[in-house]
Design a protein around this ligand. Structure first.
Ligand code: NAP
Length: 485
């Protein structure tokens, strides 16, 4: 069982062992609520990364030879242990990331659902028998694991991003080396403890903490690593794409977003306002699928604003561990500064504050949940990912115009729209250039659905029946000389 003791012994996990950095150095992890140190993680460097990669490589043949059911059983053990330890895991997520405990639990449940999903999918990793062009031939396509996978994850979902990638990789028969974000590495180390207890053979999963540049450089350039699965910003994604070019690795890129949220004049405005608040302010606005630009039809603009502001009043910022808190702080001082700058820019260009608009009276890294009306396309948040608790509300009157504005971004992750018109649902769905659509719903992330973007939001899909594809390679075998008796 994970206990509070875990926080005083945060070791990395390489080849089945829990170890410190060779140098003995560690890096403090702080609580964004009050800046207190909640743990110290090993500052590992190139040597340890190479050892982790070699361990994953050595473990690969036996792991991929296991039956799908054997791999699935270990994933199911991991799933069960995660649920048994959910209170402590969620507490760690809150301590290092600041999100309210209920959100941390929801994230942990969501992450666990991927463990179960891919345990189930492991047994359905089918190939094909293809009709042959000659009578004496048989053509068979099988799926094989890609090999050793390097996994690099962001701080905003420290549990579910790792679960979503590692479960798919392990189910497919790959082995993995995980480098979690340095702001929230404790959850990853706790997950490694549970994977070990679940019976993952030595080297199948390795988790190491330290400088992203140092560990990332080795993961992206080492020939043994056959794939990088990355979730994070588009800027860092581009660096990793460049770094992997010389060894031609498979890549999964789950990058940034700039989600439009469109409310048509025939929408259920109550549902739209509730959905907007959920998908804007979850994790204090720090999710890749957060609504970034809200386009509301002129005819329902004022009603929507009023209803959304009512919902925002129910948000209670504070210490995520306390009862009744449903909004946490921002992750760090940079995030707070960036949030402030979005508001200042909007106000300078004619934006109108409906609620919030400044750092919260709680101080520290808290910013008020904010709605800015009269947003215009020249404001910063029209083109940039906010990653903070600001909801800019743009006005529109014409369907074609709003679709054009929604698509006028380099990003293509999530988009949302609310309407009761069935024909419009099809038209708009087909016209939006995004990988994920929320239609009359702000809650889109689930293990059953393929998660991923288009354009500069990346490529690859996580979860769903397509999720194993990114961790498998197709092998085609053509057998000739099959004579009839
Ligand atoms: P980030 O700055 O891109 O960092 C992501 C990860 O990459 C972190 O572990 C980071 O390490 C590491 N990293 C940074 N520079 C690196 C380098 N040169 N080489 C190797 N690794 C490097 O993103 P973030 O601030 O953690 O997360 C927020 C971003 O992630 C947002 O843009 C959000 O939209 C995106 N995101 C996307 C999805 C999705 O599914 N599409 C989901 C969640 C988040 P450090 O921790 O040491 O900086």
């Amino acid at each position: 069982m994970l206990t509070e003791n875990f926080l005083s012994e945060c070791a990395c996990y390489i080849d089945g062992e829990f170890i410190a950095a060779d140098s003995g150095q560690s890096i403090p992890v702080t609580n964004p609520f009050d800046g207190s140190v909640v743990g110290n993680v090993p500052d590992m460097r190139t040597d340890e990364t190479v050892r982790a990669i070699n361990a994953a490589h050595a473990a690969l043949p036996a792991w991929k030879r296991k039956t799908a059911l054997q791999r699935a059983e270990i994933l199911m053990n991991w799933y069960r242990l995660t649920l048994e330890n959910i209170d402590m895991l969620a507490r760690i997520v809150t301590l290092e990331g600041g999100k309210p405990l209920a959100e941390a639990k929801a994230e942990t449940n969501n992450g666990a659902s991927y463990m179960r999903w891919f345990a189930e999918e492991a047994r359905r990793n089918y190939g094909d028998v293809v009709p042959a062009p000659f009578a004496d031939q048989r053509l068979v396509v099988t799926r094989e694991p890609v090999g050793v996978v390097g996994v690099i994850t962001p701080w905003n979902f420290p549990m579910s991003m790792i679960a979503r990638k590692v479960s798919a990789a392990l189910a497919a028969g790959c082995t993995a080396v995980v480098r979690p974000a340095i702001l929230t590495p404790l959850t990853a180390l706790a997950m490694a403890r549970l994977a070990h207890e679940a019976g993952a053979p030595n080297g199948v999963l390795n988790v190491l903490t330290g400088s992203s540049r140092v560990i990332g450089k080795e993961l992206t350039s080492n020939k043994i690593v056959r794939k990088i699965s990355f979730t994070g910003s588009t800027g860092v994604g581009k660096i990793l794409l460049n770094q992997t070019a010389s060894t031609v690795k498979r890549m999964s890129m789950e990058l940034g977003g700039n989600a439009p949220f469109i409310v048509f004049d025939d929408a259920d405005i109550d549902a739209a306002a509730a959905g907007a608040v959920f998908c804007k302010f979850r994790n204090s606005g720090q999710t890749c699928i957060c609504a970034n630009r809200m386009y509301v039809h002129d005819a329902v603009y004022d009603t929507f604003l009023e209803k959304m502001a009512e919902h925002v009043k129910t948000l209670k910022p504070g210490n995520g561990l306390d009862d009744g808190i449903n909004m946490g702080p921002l992750i760090n001082a940079d995030a707070l500064e960036k949030t402030k700058s979005f508001t200042e820019d909007a106000l300078a260009k004619g934006g109108r504050i409906v609620c919030g608009g400044k750092p919260h009276a709680l101080g520290g890294l808290f910013y008020e949940p904010t709605i800015i009306a009269d947003a215009t396309d020249d404001m910063l948040f029209a083109s940039e990912e906010i990653f903070g608790p600001i909801a800019p509300i743009f006005r529109f009157t014409d369907e074609n115009d709003v679709i054009e504005r929604a698509n006028s971004t380099d990003y293509g992750l999530a988009a949302y729209f609310y309407t009761r018109d069935a024909a419009r649902i099809w038209r708009v769905s087909e016209a939006l250039e995004f990988g994920l659509l929320g239609i009359n719903d702000g809650r889109i992330s689930t293990c059953e659905g393929p998660f991923g973007g288009v354009k500069e939001s990346g490529f690859g899909r996580e979860g769903s029946r397509y999720g194993l594809d990114d961790y498998t390679v197709l092998k085609y075998a053509c057998q000739g000389g099959i004579t009839t008796a």
